[in-house]
Design a protein around this ligand. Structure first.
Ligand code: XCC
Ligand code: SF4
Length: 664
């Protein structure tokens, strides 16, 4: 090959570890998502919502002179239907994950889940409170059984309102009721989306998209929020802790096991199995110095948040991890697992192990995971990985990794801000009102091989914190932040002076890791509490805040974006619009939705424009609240004193100094 790739292909990643591995992939001619994206051009018809293939009179492509499908469906109807179906797909994925956790909690309560328990009783009581389940003089398992059962009912509920709707502000609940978009039950809304978007049913774009909001709300305030709560009950509510991120966390002389996917159920048990003295000794007998567990995608976020297990990388790192030649087993469950792993692992000693009853992958060993023997199953998997260690050939582990502080939850933030006995968001609200913090942004979501890996995410975050916007991150955007050093205490130095002052005073970093993608519901909770605290309006759409998904990839991201909008947030997506072809739909998801629910959804390719619109929106909301205009030069004298001194300390001591006795 004489062609010079670097001059032709777009930059594939800004992550040095990824670039290093891609050079190796190119040199050995190994196919990765980064090379395939150059071979598989996106279909120009499907790209922006012009294709309908829901009946056999089509597929109909609305391009050129064609303005209607065979049945007469317009571009707006077709684009809206496609969009709604994406929301239904995403809602299903998150919610099915939540449903399984409800089953797990029930199994725990009935003594049928080996190795699990209720790790956070306080959270169980809190959730029981939300659900109206009595707790006085009752055994933990009795309460857990009721909570699990009630949670499960939320999915199949046919009438009324899902319970967590009551956690939104009164005003918001009212708005949803008036619009008729309060979700009744998770499954019901998903099924109704599929029905309405079947050939010849709901043919009015706005009406279809109303129901897309209702379905998304069943995710945000239903399936996903339950997934987060039930995970906290079973695995513990996160507290700050430290770890490292990127491929450099793999170890040359230990058995490396990667967990990849989304559910904490198995991965949490694998954490336990890797600590088993017998297995550690067994690893020694095979010549390894130990067992090293790391993660990819959201399952990684789950065990990072709760156990400090290091993330090896985000979505686009999954193949690159295998390419190191140092991974004995990649254990996967559901979602975001590329089929390419099956073929790729055939060329390496890495064993791909699928574990979910729902997901089989050609080329993977299937070791179905059953809760009643969870710990045994986890140990078998770990043993298998150890057995594979002697098969390791040549390895190449990039040295890159960054220190991270993760493990924040809304409970913890509350505590951090006000202390155990008077936890509240008051100090945060005050800081925003005074203008020390200009506003807040959630930067969340995926990687997408169609755009440069991490570029949109990292640049957006860098600009926002420099402009005194407090950033919270989840999902693969959180991984990106971690890999690039944005979750390390040093990042304080890159924050604007006002933001930095507040972060130092209350001991939070300017970029706060809130967990996996289902944990975006923690953001809903924080925003609602901030709105209820007073001084910043009455509802989420009053807040100087934005949601940004710079590198979205999957249907789940579309569902999240939609429930955030329906909850009142201004949401910006990068990459490109799946409904870009339809002016009508664009008008609905921006202006019409803003009128209806106070939030709007925009797709903007350039991150600079995303940042510009975000700051503009934040300032607009500040003005509407009558807050002082943001002034970058106003703050920063009082709070900076500790920083030079802290930065002198070694990382561990610095974290100790900043986070002190908490999180222990
Ligand atoms: Fe998947 Fe959650 Fe997207 Fe990452 S961020 S690519 S969904 S792992 Ni959710
Ligand atoms: Fe074509 Fe209408 Fe059938 Fe869609 S539903 S494929 S637009 S005929």
């Amino acid at each position: 090959m004489a062609k010079k790739k670097e001059n032709e292909a777009p930059v594939r990643s800004i992550d040095p570890a990824a670039c290093e591995m891609l050079e190796i992939a190119d040199a050995c001619g190994v196919s990765t998502v980064f090379s395939r994206v150059e071979e598989v051009r996106p279909c120009p018809i499907g790209l922006d919502g012009r294709c309908c293939k829901i009946c056999a009179m089509g597929p109909c492509r609305i391009t050129g002179k064609v303005t209607r499908g065979v049945c007469g469906a317009t571009l707006g109807t077709i684009a809206a239907r496609n969009f709604a179906r994406q929301v239904a797909g995403g809602t299903s994925a998150h919610s099915d994950h939540g449903r399984d956790l409800a089953f797990t909690l029930i199994a725990i309560a009935e003594g049928e889940a080996q190795g699990y328990g209720v790790r956070d009783e306080a959270k169980l009581y809190e959730v029981a409170g939300h659900m109206g389940i009595p707790t006085a003089d009752r055994e933990i398992n009795e309460i857990a059984l009721d909570v699990g059962t009630k949670a499960l009912e939320q999915f199949g509920q046919q009438r009324g309102e899902i319970i967590y709707v009551s956690r939104a502000t009164e005003k918001r609940q009212q708005r949803w009721r008036e619009l008729g978009i309060t979700p009744r039950g998770v499954d019901r809304e998903v099924v109704e989306t599929l029905h309405r978007t079947h050939e010849g049913v709901d043919l009015e774009a706005e009406h279809i998209l109303d129901h897309a909001m209702r379905t998304a709300l069943a995710d945000g305030w239903g399936g996903s929020m339950l997934a987060t709560d039930l995970s906290d009950i079973i695995f513990g509510t996160p507290n700050p802790l430290q770890a490292a991120a990127n491929l450099g966390v793999l170890k040359e002389d230990e058995v490396n096991i990667l967990v990849h996917g989304h559910e904490p159920t198995l991965s949490d048990m694998i954490v336990a199995a890797t600590l088993d003295p017998e297995l550690i000794e067994y690893a020694g007998s095979k010549g390894a110095k130990g067992i090293n567990l790391a993660g990819i995608c959201c399952t990684s976020n789950e065990i990072l948040m709760r156990h400090g297990i290091p993330p090896a990388g985000n979505f686009l790192h999954q193949e690159l991890a295998v390419l190191t030649g140092a991974v004995e087993a990649m254990v996967v469950d559901v979602q975001c697992i590329m089929q390419a792993l099956g073929e790729l692992t055939e060329d390496f000693h890495t064993e791909l192990i699928s574990t979910s009853r729902k997901a089989k992958i050609p080329g993977a060993v299937h070791m179905e995971f059953e809760e009643h023997r969870a710990l045994d199953a986890a140990k078998e998997i770990v043993r298998r990985a150890i057995d594979n260690y002697p098969n390791r050939g040549e390895t190449h582990i990039p040295e890159h990794k960054s220190g991270v502080v993760a493990g924040f939850s809304h409970e913890y933030l509350n505590y951090m801000l006000g202390g155990l006995y008077r936890g509240s968001f008051r100090p945060l609200n005050d800081a925003i009102m005074a203008g020390r913090i200009r506003g807040a942004a959630g930067v969340v979501g995926c990687n997408n091989a169609r755009v440069t890996q991490d570029e949109g995410i990292i640049n957006t975050i860098r600009e926002l914190i420099a402009n005194d916007v407090l950033v919270v991150v989840t999902g693969c955007a959180a991984h990106a932040s971690g890999k690039h050093g944005y979750l390390s205490p040093e990042m304080m130095a890159n924050a604007g002076t006002g933001l930095r002052e507040v972060c130092e005073a209350i001991g939070i970093p300017p970029v706060v890791h809130l967990g996996s993608c289902v944990d975006n519901t923690r953001i809903l909770t924080v925003l609602t509490q901030v709105a209820t605290e007073g001084g910043l309006g009455e509802d989420i759409d009053d807040l100087p805040a934005v949601g940004i998904c710079p590198e979205y990839m999957c249907e789940k991201a579309i569902a999240i974006g939609t429930y955030c909008v329906a909850s009142g947030a201004y949401v910006l997506f990068g990459v490109g619009s799946p409904v870009g072809a339809s002016e009508e739909v664009n008008h609905i998801i921006t202006e019409v939705w803003e009128e209806k629910v106070g939030g709007k959804l925009e797709f903007v390719e350039d991150w600079r424009e995303i940042v510009r619109r975000s700051l503009e929106h934040i300032d607009k909301k500040r003005a509407a609240l009558g807050l002082p205009e943001y002034d970058a030069s106003k703050w920063g004298r009082s709070g900076d004193w500790r920083m030079p001194e802290l930065l002198e300390l070694p990382l561990e001591e610095r974290i100790e100094a900043v986070y002190g006795a908490v999180g222990k």
